[in-house]
Design a protein around this ligand. Sequence first.
Ligand SMILES: Cc1ncc(COP(=O)(O)O)c(C=O)c1O
Length: 389
Amino acid sequence: MTTRSETERRLVPAGLLDRLPRSGIREIAQFAGDRAGLVHLEYGEPSLPTPEPIRRKVAQAVLERRMVYTPVRGPERLRELIAAKVREVNGYPASADEVFVTNGGTGGLFLALAAVLEPGASVLLPDPGWPNPVGMAHVLGARPHFYRLDPENGFLPDPGDWRVPADCRAVVVNSPANPTGSVFPEEVAAAIADLARRRGLWVISDEVYDQIYFDRRPTAMARLYPEGTISVYSFSKTYAMTGWRLGYLVGPAALLERLEKVAESVASSTSMPAQIAAEAALVEASGEVPAMVAAYRSRRDLAVRRAKELGLYRYTPEGAFYLMVDVSRAGASEEVARRLIEEKSVVATPGSAFGPSAAGYLRISLAAAEEDVERGLVAIAELLSEGER
Ligand SMILES: Cc1ncc(COP(=O)(O)O)c(C=O)c1O
């Protein structure tokens, strides 16, 4: 067997394998390991199952049909159904040739960044933000720069304050946001669109939580800046389909046409069972989405109420299914997250996993069951007050 040190010697020093940061979400999950009796609040994993009509349709299709290669950008019928969803739910015009089916929102984000970033170019990303686009920028040889989401202002950005490098090609926007749950007001979205238009930037709008909102409806960036926006969507969160790995891009037809070459090279296409699941989701299960969102809303309400009672309240998340809890008075977030596991058997993600602006916070997932959310908040409050005695 080849030893670990032999392999290390063969690797390129300071190559991609060294440069790429590790996900802090996976790191804390690894630290937790398989200790018994843990409450898991670290992943954005819905506790609800994929709706039954979707599972049935795929089971039947797998038994009855050939599972074959499909068109690179996904079958025409699925792209038509998606375009109809975008018109109805996201509120802007879209046709099948403006849709590209991808391997989850993750695969969509990577393709979108690959389409607009050349090696050495800069890209603006949110801090705090979901970390994967940082790794994607490194894979593409691009340079990530960050704009701040202000914890004192409900984790909203102020585009008036952004420093945009001269070689910047794109800005990634994510609303409803992970890790904060904030939903950008229309005027903030409009200010981002204005800046992008003036500076000739692409907006890569990560809208994978587009249907999970509790108060104001999220603004689709493509409604404000259609010529320069590539929107990223996913079935993972809306339909509790994280493991199916299906998402899609919506953007200018000419750009998506050219993107076929990239997708062909790295993936050939998405998987056919997942495409069948996506079609079943849109045709047979869209009626179940409001009940799922109502379940997340009730967890959000519970979390906000308990955070207030426990003295942990800072802001109200308006979408997605996360809450950032300020633990700065107990120390650095990695340390607090480790103590929470060891002393309270609760796993939450250190804010540092999402960028320096969140280093004093823990993120808890509100996609977990209500009793777990409740236990998590009580455990954090106990940990903080024990530190003060
Ligand atoms: C903001 C954000 N974008 C994209 C994704 C990727 O989702 P998918 O499972 O569709 O790849 C996630 C997953 O957690 C996310 O939180």
